[in-house]
Structure formats: C-alpha cells, structure tokens
Write a protein that binds this ligand. Structure first.
Ligand SMILES: [Zn+2]
Ligand SMILES: [Zn+2]
Length: 606
C-alpha cells in the first residue's frame, strides 16, 4: 500500500528542442500552420486568414469567421490536414511585385492580407501549397507537405484574439497547435504539459490551503493563509539561523519613503515605470514631485542605517539583513500566481565591505546560497553572469566601476570552479549580478538567488568609512538574496515538489488518525507531546471513517500519518504511514518522536 509517493518518479529524458533554437522545428511549425489554414478554408470557406506565426511550443493562426470554432471543428480540421499532408503538396516560393501581390489578394477578396502587405518590405514572397492555396509569408518552410508527420501534430485549443492585439478591432478566432519532428517528441511534450498542470502551484496552493488571491484586494497581491504563513516562517527562520552563523545583523525598515530617497538612488529616473505612482498631498506637491512612494527595493533604506554613523574599518564588513516587502507595478496582464506579483518579500541583505574584503565576502555569500539550495534539495542549477549591455543607456555609473564589479564576479566564479554562462543586458541598473538559474523537473528555467556587486550606490549616497590609516574611504556594496523572494521561491518549490514538501518544510508534519472517536483524546495527547518538541503534529478531529481520514491526509500530502486504535494505545505506539517510504507498521511513540526530530534537523525524510 505504498502507492502514495509521487515525488521520486524520474521523468524519461527525451530532449525537446525549442523553436527558437531549431531551424527544423521552425520549418515544420511554419508549414504546419499553413496546412492548417488551408484546411480551415476548405471546410469553412467564409473564414479569412490573418497571421500565423510559430511560438515556443508550437504555432497558432488567427481567423476571422462568422462562428467560433468548436472542439469538434478542431477534429475535422485535423482530419483535413492529414489529407493535405498525404497529397505530398510541394511548398513553392514565389517572389512578386507589390502591385502583383495586391492584385492577387483582391482576386481572392482577403482584406486582412492587404493590411499585412502594407507592413511588408521587399522582396514580397508568396508561398503556395500545391496549386490551390497560398499565403503571404517570409518562410522558412519544408520542401513538401510529405515532410510533416501527422502523428507528431496536434491541434490544442481555440481562443479569442483581436486583430493586431487591439480590442477596438475585429474579434478573431485563434487556433493553437503543436508540431514536432517525431511522435515521441509530441508524446513527451503532452506528458510535460499534463505534469505541469498537475504541479501548477496556483492549483496546488489552493488545494493545500497555502495562499489565496482576493478580487477586492487586487491582482498580484497574495494573501497568506495559516498553513502558507507557517511555510513562510519556516523558510525565514531557516535563513535567519544561517545568517546568524555568518555574522548578519537584522534590521527592519518602512514600506514607504520620500520620493527623494529614490531620486538619489536613481530608481526614480531608471525604474519609475515599475513603481506604484507617488502619493502627494495636493496638486502643487504633485507637480513639484514632493511625496511618498511604496518601496520597489530595500537598498536605500539599509544605506541610511549604514550612513547614520561614521563607520570605522573595524566594523566592516557590515551585513544588514531584512525580509523586506517591496512593491512593483507589474502590468496586470503579466500577473500569474506567485511567480509574478505586485507585492513580495525579498530575503534581502546589503553588505558594506572594504574593497580588499570584496572577494572573500562574495565567496561566502555564494557559499550561503549553495547551502540554501542543498537544504531545499534543489540540485539542477547554473550560474549566469548578468552583465550590462554596453550599448544600452539604462545603467548608472562609470565604465570603470562596471569593469571592476564585473571583473570581481568573474574572478569569484572562476575561483569556485562553477559552471557559468554570460547574460549580456541582464544586469541591475546599478551593477552586475551573479544569478542562479534553476532548472526544474520539467526542464523549465527559473531565476532564484542573486548576488550583486555595486560600486555605484556607495558613490551616489556618498558612503564612507574611516580606514586604518585614518583616511576616509568608500566601501563597496554587495546586494544578495538567496531565495530571490519568498513568493517566487514558494511557487517554484510547490511545483518542484509537486506539493510534497520535505518533512522539515511541511506546514503539517504529522497527522494522527483515531480509528474512532474513542481514541481521539489519546491521539491529542500524543500530538501535544510532539508539539512540545517543536514537531508540527495535529490529531484529526473530523470523526470520519479511517479510510476517509487516510484519503484526506494523502490529499493534503501530510508527510507522516500515525493511526491510533486499541492496539496502539495498549502498546504506546503508532501505526505509521509516510509519503516518502510508504507503510512502516507499528512503531513506539518515543521512537517515532526521536526519528522525527533527527529527520527534521537534518532536512531529511522520516
Ligand atoms: Zn510561412
Ligand atoms: Zn539591494
């Protein structure tokens, strides 16, 4: 009966190429979308063809039709596509003049194509499928439809879309499809899609009772329920402990500040679009930009604490840490679950260091991040050197400061012998970063922890320390956040674990299940004993039949369940079921508690 554990299953490793990286897939998807458009126009002669590009996992085409497509329509369209593919129609490129293209379009009466044509640059190319269908297109395509494999193609869904994405324009019908080189790739793609749905943190977060979104509160603003709050606290406490070991000092700072603070930091100039609008008392203050803003970052606050006294070299490095909630005005269309939100808590810290301490401090921050990942059982990640794009003007600070900071990061990573790649244009506006990109069980990439080296903000805020020789010097800042943000991290963890949290992180670690009401008082007693040891245990009081209690516990993904009946009470034991190792039979209560303690303290399983 150990069917419950789903966290150890290994996905088969079939590589799925991305369209952007594969010329073959581009050709396949481009051509498949034309075949689909041809099939649609055969079955629905009134349908007008608009645009049909490839996307990362497939393609789509937008049609103007009097009636919306149904699931049944998709089936008949697919059937028609198979017929077209089997006719082995050649894909023929034809270059024409603008007038010629116009005439041909007028001949088939497709006004959308005229608009598309107006936006095209020479040469104008038409692509024909055999002799009866063509569209304006720049390619690339396969040579004949025979190169497409009907078993590697699937039409997925229909959605409404507006012409040119503009809601004042015509409402169109968009058909999404996917096409691969082989049927095996299609199967793997569908498996991952299904698995992603099963792991979706928005769905699981609701089922496990971790967080909610409420319309009256607003989009992108999660509310943490008791279980989710416990999870957050465990993560916070874990990192706080690690920080105490490494000499960090806790601080707390407000959620709003004068706009001037962010002018000095440069946020207002470089980052204003991502901030909530300023709160001003009246029209005049509004015009003079006198007012308060919600903080988009914690850095300028920690800088004020550093600056509140003249610092001596003896105090450095000074490592100020805060779980600081920040607010960013993300577009509402971009908000989805916990991975993009408008208010989130950064496990932030700013280290003020002497230039000669920079490398050692940077290495110790990387060490902390690696410790965090290990405890969270996140193994698959790579390091990205996020440098500035020299051609862009979105950065502050001198070339010299940037060169120094980028050099420091590169040399630290080389010292560690870590695998890394460079991301030009990925830097923060005030300095370069080392970002940890985590690859999850479904090969999706997420950015987690980050470390940044910054010579610019110390300059802008005129930070100093008194050096050993009595001369005032400028410190360097390191910004770092191993989690990135609690919201994002929890969203990623839910999906990576598929809701099966490791024992140390599970909001409810142990549930005691009395076989009937008679044994509830004893189950409560045992739960209380466990709680005294800091174990998050509860007795199930729902008074349901045992089978139902077990099913509920499994649905809630409780790591350890202990069944309590007369035999257990007599022998002072529990009949144990775990998610990690299945049914373990009867174990003495004291032994269960000891083993739980050890497993929790070592971030392991029961
Ligand atoms: Zn094309
Ligand atoms: Zn910062």
């Amino acid at each position: 009966m150990s069917q419950s554990n789903t966290s150890v299953e290994q996905p088969q490793k079939i590589h799925l190429p991305r369209t952007s990286e594969s010329e073959t897939l581009k050709k396949i998807r481009h051509t498949t979308s034309h075949v689909m458009a041809m099939a649609v126009q055969k079955l629905f002669p009134k349908a007008q063809v608009t645009i049909g590009p490839w996307i990362e996992n497939g393609f789509y085409y937008d049609f103007d039709t009097p009636e919306a497509f149904t699931e049944k329509d998709l089936k008949s369209i697919k059937k028609e596509m198979v017929k077209i593919i089997k006719r082995k129609l050649p894909v023929i490129r034809e270059e024409v003049s603008r007038e010629e293209a116009e005439n041909r379009i007028k001949g088939i009466n497709e006004p959308y194509k005229l608009e598309i044509l107006a936006g095209l640059t020479e040469p104008i190319t038409l692509y024909h499928l055999g002799e009866e269908w063509w569209d304006l297109c720049a390619g690339p395509h396969v040579e004949t439809t025979a190169e497409l494999n009907p078993d590697a193609i699937e039409l997925e869904s229909v959605a409404g879309a507006y012409w040119r994405g503009d809601e004042t324009k015509a409402q169109l019908q968009r058909i999404y499809g996917t096409a691969w080189e082989t049927p095996e790739q299609l199967t793997e793609y569908k498996r991952r899609k299904e698995e992603a749905l099963r792991r979706d943190h928005r769905k699981l977060g609701k089922e496990l009772g971790l967080f909610i979104f409420a319309d009256p509160v607003g989009p992108g603003l999660p509310l943490w329920t008791p279980k989710g709050t416990i999870l957050r606290s465990i993560l916070e406490d874990f990192l706080k402990q690690e920080q105490v070991k490494r000499g960090y000092l806790p601080v707390v700072t407000p959620h709003i500040a004068r706009v001037d603070l962010f002018k000095t930091s440069g946020h207002w100039q470089k980052y204003k679009e991502d901030m909530f609008p300023m709160m001003a008392d009246d029209q005049e203050s509004e015009e003079k930009e006198i007012g308060f803003v919600l903080k988009p970052m914690n850095c300028p606050f920690h800088i004020q604490i550093y600056k509140s006294e003249l610092r001596s070299y003896r105090e450095l490095p000074m490592r100020l840490a805060e779980f600081g909630t920040v607010y960013r005005y993300e577009q509402s269309g971009e908000l989805g679950g916990l991975t993009r939100v408008r208010g989130f808590t950064v496990d932030d810290s700013h280290l003020f260091v002497m230039p000669e301490q920079l490398e050692a401090e940077f290495l110790s921050v990387v060490d902390l991040i690696l410790t965090v990942f290990k405890s969270l059982q996140l193994k698959n990640f790579k390091a990205r050197l996020s440098f500035r794009d020299p051609a862009s003007d979105k950065y502050i600070g001198s070339d010299e400061a940037w060169e120094k900071a980028q050099g420091a990061i590169r040399s630290a990573v080389e010292t560690l012998g870590m695998d890394y790649f460079e991301g030009l244009g990925e830097a923060a506006f005030y300095g370069p970063k080392l970002d940890f990109i985590f690859q999850d069980a479904l090969d999706r990439e997420w950015q987690l922890g980050t470390v940044q080296v910054d010579y610019n903000l110390p300059e802008r805020f005129d930070l100093e320390y008194v050096a050993e020789d009595g001369i005032r010097k400028r410190p360097v800042m390191i910004h770092r956040a191993p989690f990135g943000s609690l919201e994002r991290l929890i969203g990623i963890l839910i999906e990576e674990y598929a809701g099966d949290f490791p024992l140390w992180l599970a909001p409810e670690q142990v549930r005691l299940l009395p076989v009937n009401g008679e044994f509830l008082p004893w189950a409560k007693e045992v739960a209380a004993k466990m709680q005294l040891l800091g174990i998050r245990a509860v007795a199930d009081t729902s008074n349901e039949r045992l089978g139902k209690l077990i099913r509920n516990g499994e649905k809630a993904k409780i790591p350890v369940m202990g069944i309590v009946g007369s035999k257990e009470v007599e022998s002072n034991s529990l009949s144990i079921r775990t998610r990690a190792s299945g049914e373990l039979g009867s174990i003495a209560v004291d032994t269960v508690m000891e083993r739980l303690k050890v497993a929790i303290d070592t971030y392991g399983n029961f």
